[in-house]
Design a protein around this ligand. Sequence first.
Ligand code: 5GP
Length: 178
Amino acid sequence: MDRIRVKDKEFEVSIPEEKIAKEVERVANEINTELAGKDPLFISVLNGAFMFTSDLMKHITIPCQISFVKLASYQGVASTGKVKEVIGLNEDIAGRTIVIVEDIVDTGLTMQRLLETLGTRNPKEIYIASLLVKPEKLKVDLDINFIAFNIPNDFILGYGLDYDGYARNLRQIYTVVE
Ligand code: 5GP
């Protein structure tokens, strides 16, 4: 399945399964080394990060905990536009080393919002692990500590990422064909 159709668009494989597995394992090893002894709490951002989180965590060998959050979009006041609220975080994160696990950082606004929200709960430190980053689209200054792939600006799907809810189940990452 090198080329697929999802709804009205054509996609072709841009990152094959083996390459994803290799880089996810590399990221896990970096985390194992850098966060050893820190007893991290991983916070995975659903829905998109579910597959990355699952594969990543299988290679984490240091003691850790995992929790999951969702970001619910709602229309804020006119000046702020769409605001995302973090739901589902029940753990006390005060004094903890946090690792946010995300599928993709695009403009970085979602991540910035998440950092602000978590920051109000007094964690010791917050690391970011993102499967994908689109560096050319970044609008905010973010320190993304662990990255599997930097990618171009094109729309992608698969391996947790969707197009209108579809294609999250695919094992490979696909890029839209213009
Ligand atoms: P940001 O706030 O960084 O601009 O956007 C982050 C969110 O936008 C991601 O969590 C993801 O849901 C969505 N997103 C950004 N780029 C893509 C893409 O190429 N494909 C898909 N499926 N979602 C994307």
